[in-house]
Design a protein around this ligand. Structure first.
Ligand code: ADP
Ligand code: MG
Length: 434
C-alpha cells in the first residue's frame, strides 16, 4: 500500500488532504502493544467556537457539553447548524477558533493532529473505503499506520469483521463487490480497528435504504453494548437521534446548543419552541418507542384452566384487575378470553369469547404493541413472556398512563437492545445481514 494513499482516509468532504505526517508512524512498532489504552474517554466541549475565515457568523457558537465515557452523544439539528464542524473540531480536522475541547481532561489543542486522528475512530456517510484495497486491507489501515505486526493485524481484522456481522468471505473482496450496507459495516470496522476510546460518526447510515439502515442501527447498538466506546454521532434525523442516543444535543442555526438531554427528557420537556418543533408534534408517541412492554405496570387477569372448579375461577376473577378471565393451557399459555358460557356448569368449559389476539410479548417495544392493538381493533390484549405464558394484560389505558411517567423511568435507546441473558443468539440472528 503506497503511503500517499493512506492520506485519503483523512480527507474531508471537500477533498482537502491532511498533513503528510499522518502516514508516518511516530511510535516505535512495539510501544503501541504494551501501552494500556483506555476503553472509552470522557469528551468535553468548553465554549468551543468555530468561525470560518471571512464569515461573520460562527458555525459553532460557544458549545459546552460533556459526554461521559462510554455513552453515545447524538448531535442533531437542521442542515448547516454546525454538527459536522463541531465534530471535526474534536480530532482537529477543523481548528477551534475559541474555547477548548478536552479528551479525558487533556486539551486536543495540545495534541498532534496526526496522533489524535489515529486515536479517534472516524466513520462517515461516504464511507471513503479505498476501492483498490480488499476489505481486510481497508480495515487494517490504521493498525498498519500504528506499526502493528502482521499476526496482530490479521487477528484484529478477523475479530472486527465478525463484530460487525460480515461473513468471513467478505475479507478478501473489494468494496465494489459489496452492498451499501456491507460497505458501511466495513467503515465502522475500520473506525474501530485500533480500539479507539472515542468514535466520531457523521451521518454514518445516511445513504442507506430504510430497512438496512434500521438493521445497521440495531447492529451498532448491539455492538456498543459490548464495546462501550464514547461515541459522537451526527444526524439530521430526530428519530435516529432518539434511537441511538444516550444523550442528544439539539443544535440550532448558528451552531448554538438548544438542549442537551436524554431522549426521554427531550421528548417530555423540550426546552423551547424550536426544540418542540424539531422533535415533532408526535413526541408523546415517540416516547413509546423508548419503552418495552416489560417496563410498565400491566393489568392482571385471572388465568383459568378447562375443568377447573367454577367457584375457584370466580374467586380469581374477583382479585384481578379486569373481570375477563384468560383461558390457559397446561403450560399457562393463553388460548383466548373465556366467555360467560364457560361458567355454566360446576367446572370451567373451554368456551371462548374470542381468541387471545394479538399476543403481545414482554420484549415488544411499546409503540409496536400499541400498533398491534389498534390494528386488531381491541382495547386490551394478553401479554406473554418468552415461554409464551401469560404475564399480564396490556390496554390502551395502561399505555396512556405511561405517557405521564417521569422521564427518569423511561428507558433510553441503547438499553432497548441490551440482549437479555441467554438471548444473545436470538438477537444476532435477527440482525444478520441479508
Ligand atoms: N470550510 C468551510 N468554510 C466556510 N464555511 C463553512 C465551511 N464548512 C462549513 N461551513 C459553514 O458552516 C456552517 C455549518 O456547517 P456544517 O458544520 O457542515 O453543518 P451541518 O453538518 O450541521 O450540516 C454552514 O453555514 C456551512 O455553510
Ligand atoms: Mg454535516
Amino acid at each position: 500500500m503506497g503511503q500517499s494513499r493512506d492520506l485519503h482516509i483523512f480527507d474531508d468532504a471537500a477533498g482537502r488532504a491532511y498533513p503528510r505526517e499522518v502516514t508516518a508512524p511516530q511510535t516505535s512498532p512495539n510501544s503501541e502493544a504494551v501501552r494500556p489504552r483506555p476503553q472509552a474517554a470522557t469528551l468535553e466541549f468548553r465554549s468551543a467556537t468555530k468561525r470560518y475565515p471571512g464569515q461573520e457568523d460562527a458555525a459553532v457558537d460557544g458549545l459546552s457539553l460533556t459526554v461521559p465515557a462510554g455513552e453515545i452523544c447524538v448531535l442533531v439539528g437542521p442542515s448547516g447548524c454546525g454538527k459536522t464542524t463541531a465534530m471535526r473540531m474534536v480530532n482537529r480536522m477543523i481548528e477551534i477558533t475559541e474555547g477548548d475541547i478536552l479528551l479525558d481532561d487533556r486539551s486536543v489543542r495540545d495534541r498532534a493532529p496526526a496522533e489524535l486522528r489515529r486515536e479517534i475512530g472516524y466513520a462517515i456517510q461516504q464511507i471513503g473505503l479505498f476501492p483498490h484495497l480488499t476489505v481486510a486491507a481497508n480495515v487494517a489501515v490504521v493498525p498498519r499506520l500504528l506499526g502493528w505486526d502482521r499476526d496482530r493485524i490479521e487477528a484484529r481484522v478477523r475479530e472486527l469483521l465478525e463484530l460487525v456481522s460480515l461473513e468471513e468471505g467478505t475479507a478478501e473482496r473489494y468494496p465494489a463487490q459489496l452492498s451499501g450496507g456491507q460497505r458501511q459495516r466495513v467503515g465502522v470496522a475500520r473506525a474501530l480497528a485500533a480500539d479507539p476510546p472515542l468514535m466520531l460518526m457523521d451521518e454514518p447510515f445516511g445513504a442507506i435504504d430504510p430497512i438496512n439502515r434500521e438493521r445497521l442501527q440495531n447492529e451498532f447498538l448491539r455492538l456498543q453494548a459490548e464495546i462501550r466506546k464514547t461515541v459522537v454521532f451526527v444526524t439530521h434525523d430526530i428519530d435516529e437521534a432518539i434511537k441511538m442516543g444516550d444523550r442528544i444535543a439539539v443544535l440550532r442555526a448558528g451552531g448554538r446548543l438548544a438542549q442537551y438531554a436524554s431522549p426521554a427528557e427531550l421528548l417530555m420537556y423540550p426546552a423551547d419552541e424550536f426544540v418542540e418543533d424539531f422533535v415533532g408534534a408526535d413526541r408523546a408517541l415517540k416516547r413509546l418507542a423508548l419503552q418495552r412492554v416489560r417496563d410498565i405496570d400491566l393489568w392482571s387477569a385471572a388465568t383459568v384452566r378447562s375443568g377447573e372448579p367454577v367457584d375457584e375461577a370466580r374467586r380469581k376473577i374477583a382479585e384481578a384487575d379486569i373481570d375477563m378471565p384468560v383461558l390457559v393451557d397446561d403450560h399457562g399459555r393463553p388460548q383466548g378470553w373465556l366467555s360467560e358460557r364457560g361458567f355454566a356448569g360446576e367446572r370451567v368449559r373451554p368456551e371462548l369469547r374470542s381468541r387471545a389476539e394479538p399476543l403481545v410479548e414482554l420484549d415488544d417495544v411499546l409503540r409496536d404493541a400499541l400498533a398491534d392493538l389498534i390494528e386488531s381493533e381491541v382495547h386490551y390484549s394478553p401479554v406473554v413472556d418468552s415461554g409464551g405464558r401469560l404475564a399480564g394484560v396490556l390496554s390502551l389505558e395502561v399505555i396512556s398512563q405511561t405517557l405521564h411517567v417521569p422521564p427518569e423511568r423511561a428507558r433510553t435507546g441503547p438499553q432497548l437492545v441490551d440482549p437479555a441473558p441467554g438471548e444473545d443468539d436470538a438477537v444476532s440472528a435477527e440482525v444478520e445481514p441479508a
